[in-house]
Design a protein around this ligand. Structure first.
Ligand code: PMP
Length: 357
């Protein structure tokens, strides 16, 4: 459905229709020029050949220093998406299952299914402000559970998991011998401080990337921090699949890390203003939603709504959104990605509120 909406929005645009696109988590701002310059310099210096499947040593060293781990724990991947997929591929066997709080990023589900594993969702709701019910989560675990996925701040709710809940979940996973895979791609630009899996020890998995913080979605670079043996397996898998993330891209990413504070502060401020603009319009329309703890998303609920129908119809009014069904059993919800400027946010959301059935 997400794909259908995206394609239809592009088609309408090509026909000359003005579209306000809230449907994709792809920041509209350009990649910072210093990153582009660094990548270009690296290309001119000949960083255009096959390179290490683990990633460039300097980049791994920088990430190891940021996260206070050894360089042997860091693997550079073709987007964080590839880290998610390759870890599922390496860790899961047919018939095993993965527990994940829902609503959830669609790729977890699709990747788990691809490797023959089952996904078990813990259905959260807006009424509890998307708080994870730890007891219910534990009840989903059985002897076939291999992985537990956390995503804080999360897509599509933009909620951060509080420290107590995070800690309880990690304790449960450890006591049941399950690995936690913590996807933290939005953490550095979060409005509120988000806990990291590494705050609870270094024996679990951290996944992060450059796409969201540095507006580098098309560069395809992310990374995983895992124990050494698993890192070796990931590197071998890179060798037989992607080979490496192009070295010049890694030098661009390294430049991003060097100017990280400045960039992430600017991105966070920008998205805070956008979130404020969006919440104002939605509050005025008495929409039911939870204020975001982080960029980029809002996930409102309208009782009785068929969000698939609504999302398709709304395209004719020049607004694209993602229906809640793309993120689990959430037909009455829809996701708004704040990846357009404030003026368009106001205009698009006013149109959306007027179009509600
Ligand atoms: N994790 C989450 C939660 C996401 O929302 C996304 C992008 N939509 C990704 C990972 C993938 O990001 P990338 O592969 O571009 O690093």
């Amino acid at each position: 459905m997400l794909y259908e909406i995206s394609e239809k929005a592009i088609q309408l645009e090509n026909q000359g229709k003005k579209m306000i696109k809230f449907n994709l988590g792809d920041p509209d701002m350009p990649t910072p020029p210093e990153i582009i310059e660094a990548a270009y310099d690296a290309m001119k210096q000949g960083k255009t050949k096959y390179s290490s499947a683990a990633g460039e040593k300097v980049l791994r060293e920088e990430l190891a220093s940021i996260h206070d781990v050894s360089v042997d724990n860091v693997v550079i991947t073709t987007g964080s998406k590839w880290a998610v997929f390759s870890l599922m591929f390496l860790l899961l066997n047919k018939g095993e299952n993965v527990v994940v709080p829902s609503p959830h990023w669609t790729s977890y589900d699709l990747a788990a299914k691809r490797v023959g594993a089952e996904l078990r969702f813990l259905k959260g709701d807006l009424e509890s402000n998307w708080k994870i019910d730890v007891e219910k989560l534990e009840n989903l675990i059985d002897e076939k559970t291999r992985l537990l996925i956390l995503n804080s701040p999360g897509n599509p709710t933009s909620k951060v998991i509080d420290e107590k809940t995070f800690s309880e979940i990690v304790q449960i996973a450890k006591s049941r011998g399950i690995t936690v895979m913590s996807d933290e791609v939005y953490a550095d630009i979060s409005f509120v401080k988000a806990k990291s899996i590494l705050d609870f020890g270094d024996d679990q998995i951290l996944i992060s990337g450059f796409s969201k913080i540095f507006a580098m979605t098309g560069w395809r670079i992310g990374y995983a921090i895992v124990e050494k043996e698993l890192a070796q397996k990931m590197i071998k898998l890179n060798q037989i699949t992607t080979t490496c993330v192009p070295a010049f891209i890694q030098y661009g990413a390294l430049k991003g890390l060097e100017t990280k504070k400045k960039i992430e502060d600017a991105v966070r401020d920008q998205f805070r203003l956008r979130a404020d603009a969006a919440t104002k319009v939605l509050s005025k329309a008495k929409m039911n939603f939870s204020r975001p703890d982080a960029p980029f998303y809002l996930f409102p609920k309208v009782d009785g709504l068929d969000s698939e129908r609504f999302a398709l119809d709304l395209l004719d009014s020049g607004v694209a959104i993602a229906p809640g069904t793309a993120f689990g059993d959430y037909r009455e919800y829809f996701r708004i990605a704040l990846t357009v400027n404030e003026e368009k946010i106001r205009e698009g959301l006013e149109t959306l509120c007027e179009a509600l059935p």
